[in-house]
Design a protein. Structure first.
Length: 520
């Protein structure tokens, strides 16, 4: 969770506790130094502090203010040393403790920073047990360390009115959620939703906690309330959009992301995200529109061209798909996924010779992925390089990812060479590997037609069409069966095949459908 204070506190105030009058420099001098710090004139402030130290070397307030100057100059070690010196000189110096604790929290990458911050606030509580800032920051740090009950105990020590502040309520809510206390989480969340000082700085850090502990709907309500009040930044809206998407609320996610376009200029990243959400909502044309805009903004973004090409595959726009995927490959030739997708589209376009090189690059990049060898086998099959294709298919015929496809194409190779008994065995194995794919049934029916076993052929085609009534090859093979058997239904089936052909269904290919058409 990001750094957040419960109360307003000026780090440069530097008020000391119970200092003898002999240690106090002239108040106007101290006030002038503070004004220099607040105005950002650190050089003048440093000069004034060095002059003050020359006359009052034991005044802890000077070290505290010098620590502030060093902290604002991003000199961590020097700032730490000055705050520690101030505390050493005045063990009850509240401001120095708070500044030191804040320094550690704002530099989380420093060694043991989190632990040192916690120890600093705990030391202050030993001196001033009711200090609200120390109580709250201790609670925050304990929460980060997953000591949720201990964090709640510190929050309970705050005055009742401060326990109802947005920052404290948010922390209570997160602690209860992490402890699995559903009722308490909802109660704290309801009070937070009603809080007059509800702020994004309090809500945004607890969203991941709520999301990780089955309280996503509460996180959504909190972010929506921020948006309703006009307090949600682009980052908060992105959080809200992601939550809606994770919950399957794609239309709501899209509407939230659209609001970001009202807050900031459109970027390729945001438009790409909108395209992902529109795709998941089923609006392919909308997704293409976002990607077209993103492509205009970043014409050299290979991921945008790739996603655009994948959507063109789904929209059955082969020329556009090929053009976009070729551009993606040109811009990022080392990406094996781009080569695989382009190869599949080239196979679909009946250009297997061009596809071979792309599948070879995929196989070289991912030698352990059997899909590369299978895809390469398909390209060799379509290029009429039967022996090479058989070698590729045989090498992955028993891999679970490719067993069905490899057995199917081994059967087709046998069928091409009129080895019907061998083809039948391969098609049966393909069906065993995946009974839900119509291709194997349609091809097996073709074997039976060639063997004049028409009843078995009809049975397999019925199974294929039950799985996919519009499957072109199954309907075409059924027409062949009707004509072979002089079935009266042949004319109606011929009309059916013609309709499917006009609709483009004959262009569906097994390899093309195997592509992972998922936005990334």
């Amino acid at each position: 969770m990001q750094f957040r204070t419960l109360l307003f506190y000026l780090a440069s105030a530097g008020a000391a506790a119970a200092l003898p009058q002999s240690l106090l420099p002239a108040e106007p001098q101290l006030a002038d130094i503070q004004r220099s710090i607040q105005s950002g004139d650190l050089r003048r402030a440093r000069a004034g502090l060095e002059q003050a130290l020359s006359t009052e070397p034991a005044d802890p307030r000077i070290y505290n203010l010098l620590g502030v100057v060093e902290a604002q100059s991003n000199h961590f070690k020097a700032a730490e040393a000055n705050f520690q010196k101030a505390i050493q000189l005045a063990s009850g110096f509240t401001g120095a403790y708070l500044n030191l604790g804040r320094l550690y929290q704002e530099h989380p990458n420093e060694p043991r920073a989190q632990q040192m911050a916690l120890e600093t606030y705990q030391k202050l509580l030993g001196v001033e047990p009711a200090n609200v800032e120390a109580l709250y920051q201790t609670a925050r740090l304990l929460h980060v360390r997953r000591q949720y009950s201990a964090s709640l105990a510190q929050l309970a020590r705050l005055p009742p009115d401060l326990q109802e502040r947005s920052a404290a309520l948010a922390l209570q809510c997160a602690n209860h959620a992490a402890l699995g206390k559903v009722a308490e989480t909802e109660a704290a969340g309801a009070r937070l939703l009603r809080s007059r000082d509800l702020a994004e700085a309090d809500v945004a850090p607890i969203v991941p906690v709520l999301g990780a502990h089955n309280a996503r709907e509460l996180a959504i309500r909190l972010l929506e309330e921020l948006a309703r009040r006009g307090f949600a930044s682009s980052q908060a809206l992105r959080q809200l959009g992601a939550l809606h998407e994770n919950q399957g609320h794609f239309q709501q996610a899209r509407a939230v992301l659209e609001k970001i376009l009202e807050l900031e200029p459109p970027s390729a990243g945001l438009l790409y995200r909108l395209a992902q959400v529109a795709y998941r909502a089923g609006d392919l044309d909308g997704a293409l529109g976002y990607l077209g805009h993103a492509r205009d903004l970043e014409p050299r973004n290979a991921a945008v061209h790739f996603f655009f090409g994948m959507l063109c595959v789904e929209r059955k726009l082969p020329p556009e798909a090929r053009k976009s995927l070729e551009e993606a490959v040109r811009l990022d030739p080392a990406n094996p996924d781009y080569h695989y997708a382009l190869g599949a589209v080239l196979i679909h376009a009946k250009d297997p010779d061009a596809a071979i090189s792309h599948f070879q690059k995929y196989r070289e990049a991912r030698p352990g992925d059997p899909r590369g060898r299978f895809a390469l086998g398909v390209a060799y099959f379509d290029a009429l390089q039967s022996d090479t294709a058989r070698n590729e298919f045989s090498s992955v015929a028993e891999r679970p990812e490719t067993r069905m496809g490899a057995q199917l194409y081994l059967g087709r190779l046998a069928l091409r060479e009129n080895r019907l008994a061998e083809a039948l065995v391969h098609f049966q194995k393909a069906i065993q590997a995946n009974p839900s794919v119509p291709e194997a049934y349609a091809d097996l029916a073709l074997v039976y037609i060639r063997r004049n076993e028409y009843a078995l052929a009809g049975q397999k085609l019925a199974e294929a069409l039950k799985l996919a009534p519009d499957h072109y090859q199954s309907n075409l093979n059924l027409l062949m069966l009707y004509r072979r058997t002089k079935d009266a239904r042949a004319q109606a089936q011929a009309t059916r095949v013609e309709q499917l052909q006009k609709a483009g269904e004959e262009k569906e290919r097994l390899l093309l459908r195997s592509l992972e058409l998922r936005p990334r």
